[in-house]
Design a protein around this ligand. Structure first.
Ligand code: ADP
Ligand code: MG
Length: 298
């Protein structure tokens, strides 16, 4: 039988836009001492916008943007949505064949126009390295400069050659800093986990009050779950908060998985709790509520 206090807690939670997969979840959250936060879409809005496009060789910036946008149409990543939006402002996007997507890496596809056919790849460094030849020190430097400026930078390759770099900016949610301060007041350790680059991760962490020692950047999707396991092996009881397909295994591995309501179905299915307002504030509310509810029962 479910104790009546737990049921009341679940009801109170749903009034607050916090959906709990079962009454035992509140009890599971009791021991949590560490809250791992995915960056993009969790601490930040995940509404990226293209802020700059650099083109190499005989391409111009519009060629690079439109080629990337056509291929990104097949991806639901926030980066993809931003590139598609920017590309569509220029032209109707050409048709793509053979789309393929690598979580935490990037996308590829072949663009078909009436008079040409060419392969496009867009993504992070380790991903693009598998699709191009002739990556020069000059290219690398341009990419490093974009990242140093605080952008999320994406490589674009056309027919196996580096064609350009697209810079994107995201915004930190207005509620994130206060909510993370609340987590710390509750004695919880916030940790930032992201596939994005070190510069962006550290900048976001500094703005929301996460200790630089608690930032893990450039983490591949399959390694997110290992980070959670590592923390658990070190004796921590971990709540993981995420929104993406790439976060789902880590959400399932965590002692408590919390999904953003605005996130992907896959993340919500893997989670114990879904917060409909998609703010870290509700994460802290859920954890506070579970503490209160269990005090009432005991
Ligand atoms: P996060 O943990 O911040 O949600 P992901 O693990 O989803 O990030 O992605 C990590 C990195 O992989 C991104 O910062 C980007 O460089 C690259 N990437 C992922 N998906 C795409 C995509 N559709 N297009 C281009 N780059 C991508
Ligand atoms: Mg995310």
């Amino acid at each position: 039988a479910t104790p009546i206090g737990l049921l009341a807690g679940t009801g109170r939670a749903s009034q607050m836009g916090i959906l709990i997969s079962g009454p035992q979840v509140l009890e599971d959250s009791r021991g949590v001492d560490t809250v791992v936060l995915d960056k993009t879409g969790t601490v930040t809005e995940g509404n990226m916008a293209v802020s700059n496009v650099v083109a190499f060789g005989n391409r111009d910036a519009e060629d690079v943007l439109v080629a990337a946008a056509a291929v990104e149409l097949g991806s639901e990543h926030p980066i993809a949505q931003a590139i598609v939006d920017a590309g569509q402002q220029h032209t109707t996007l050409p048709q793509v064949m053979g789309f393929s997507s690598t979580a935490g890496g990037g996308v590829t596809g072949t663009i078909l126009t009436p008079d040409a056919q060419y392969k496009v790849a867009a993504g992070r460094s380790v991903f693009i390295a598998e699709h191009v030849e002739g990556l020069t020190a000059e290219h690398e430097q341009m990419f490093a400069e974009a990242e140093a400026a605080g952008a999320t930078a994406v490589w674009v390759a056309i027919d196996g050659q580096i064609a350009g770099i697209i810079s994107l900016q995201d915004q930190i949610k207005a509620t994130s800093a206060a909510a993370i301060a609340e987590l710390k007041d509750m004695g919880l350790t916030p940790i930032l986990l992201t596939g994005d680059n070190e510069h962006v991760a550290r900048q976001v962490a500094a703005e929301v009050g996460i200790d630089p020692a608690h930032v893990f950047a450039g983490v591949q999707p399959q390694d997110k779950v290992d980070k959670v396991k590592e923390l658990q092996a070190a004796g921590r009881t971990v709540a993981m908060v995420g929104d993406g397909i790439n976060d789902a295994p880590a959400l399932a591995q965590a002692d408590l998985g919390i999904a953003m309501g605005s996130g992907t179905d896959v993340a919500r299915e893997a989670a114990d709790i879904t917060v409909m307002g998609s703010s870290v504030t509700q994460v802290s509310q859920a954890l506070q509520l579970s503490r209160k509810t269990l005090q009432i029962i005991r």
